[in-house]
Design a protein around this ligand. Structure first.
Ligand code: DI6
Ligand code: FE
Length: 397
């Protein structure tokens, strides 16, 4: 199929947005075969069916590279508590927070978890998302962690979307192991990682390095186990305080380090040397009313690619809009609209270790979003407005 008469933000190459004014895109066998100016369309492409996009904007399909889409229950009560002055960390230490979602998730059937996740997934798909990452981490026991990962995989059978799964059993210490983090890692996290990997349920391994979660030495144990299984790693680090998780993750060649509000310029330098992507999550920053900004300028100075994601989860970021995450990335973190768009396409792909998507270029997957806007900056500019016109997955509209 040939798409004609469109503006293209290809995110490919070094020009702003990789923009092509009045361009065309030729798709064959679920891939981009050619993209360029309307006047240069190859002869063979002219023989295919063509669609006139009437001057609309085409971007790569959006990629949400950090979500906790699968969970049971909700945390509206905690939202109320926080508004009455109790902090996120106090709630977590008192057995609420991640642990309250744990109880609801353990009790939920596979089908109930699937239905809940599909609702949130549909919101993302409605905004042109074509690849989503989904983490486990609300089971913290073998059965429920595996169930969450199976649900994540099943999402791709129910919707036309690619799902990357991340094993996050090192998200919190469950109550049955209170005060015994290392035993939890050795008896549950690492053996279950092996089972999940055997069943093909894991694309990457993640952890939460924080005062209320795991220390760097504990995360190092998880990463060693991942390495033995040849699984790439990523890390929630420096979200609420500086713990040194970023340096560890960089040293281990992590695909990405996520959150990063309390990261330093030295952390940015280490990430740059490792090639790790900085995944910024303004939905959590906003929800927790954080005031410490991630070191965006240091990431720029050190050429660390920045991705943006929803972090969709029931506690710190009940956000199911990647467009709003882009707006927040600009308004709260002072990212440019171009950085925000690269953050949900090109750099988000890289945060997942995927090189076949995130740009509009020959050989890339034909995953596209067509927008009823003129300029790419409009995607990050508006609030609560969805200008998606068509979503194209694998060359199919
Ligand atoms: N950081 C977060 O923001 C989420 N997980 C994490 O490690 C929050 C998870 C939750 O509050 O349920
Ligand atoms: Fe998260």
């Amino acid at each position: 199929m040939l798409l004609t008469n469109c503006h293209v933000a290809s995110l490919h190459g070094d020009t702003p947005y990789g923009a092509i004014q009045t361009g065309a895109i030729w798709m064959r066998d679920a891939k981009i075969a050619w993209v360029g100016a309307k006047g240069d369309i190859p002869t063979a492409a002219r023989e295919d069916a063509s669609v006139d996009l009437e001057g609309r904007l085409v971007t790569p399909g959006l990629i949400d590279c950090h979500t906790h889409l699968v969970f049971g229950g909700d945390r509206a009560d905690e939202f109320e508590k926080r508004l009455n002055g109790v902090s996120y960390e106090e709630i977590a230490r008192a057995g609420g927070g991640i642990l309250s979602t744990l109880t609801a998730t353990r009790q939920a059937s596979e089908d109930a978890l699937l239905q809940g996740a599909l609702t949130r997934l549909d919101a993302l798909i409605g905004e042109g998302v074509t690849t989503v990452e989904v983490k486990s981490g609300y089971g913290l026991e073998a059965d429920t962690e595996l169930r969450m990962l199976r649900v994540a995989r099943r999402l791709a059978k129910h919707r036309d979307i690619d799902v990357q799964t991340t094993y996050l059993a090192a998200h919190a210490v469950p109550p049955e192991y209170a005060g015994q983090a290392v035993a939890y890692l050795d008896e549950i996290v690492i053996p279950t990682m092996r089972l999940a990997a055997q069943d093909g349920l894991v694309d990457a391994v993640d952890g939460f390095c924080e005062g209320i979660a795991f220390s760097t030495a504990q995360i190092a144990r998880v990463f060693d186990a991942a390495k033995a299984l040849n699984l790439p790693v990523k890390l929630h680090a420096e979200q609420l305080s500086h713990q040194g998780g970023t340096a560890l993750a960089a040293q281990q060649g992590a695909l990405s380090v996520d959150h990063l509000e309390y990261a330093t310029a030295a952390d940015a330098k280490a990430m740059s040397q490792a090639g790790s992507v900085a995944v910024l999550l303004p939905g959590a920053f906003y929800t927790l009313r954080e005031t410490q900004m991630p070191p965006v300028q240091a990431f720029r100075d050190h050429d660390v690619p920045m991705a943006l994601a929803t972090d969709c989860n029931p506690g710190s970021s009940p956000l199911a809009s990647l467009l709003l995450a882009m707006n927040m990335g600009c308004t709260l973190f002072r990212m440019t609209p171009e950085e925000a768009l690269a953050g949900v396409t090109r750099h988000a792909a890289r945060a997942l270790g995927l090189s076949d998507r995130g740009e509009i270029a020959p050989g890339q997957r034909a995953d596209l979003a067509v927008w009823d806007v003129q300029k790419p900056a409009e995607l990050a500019y508006r609030i609560g407005f969805n200008p998606l016109y068509k979503r194209i997955k694998g060359g199919v509209v």
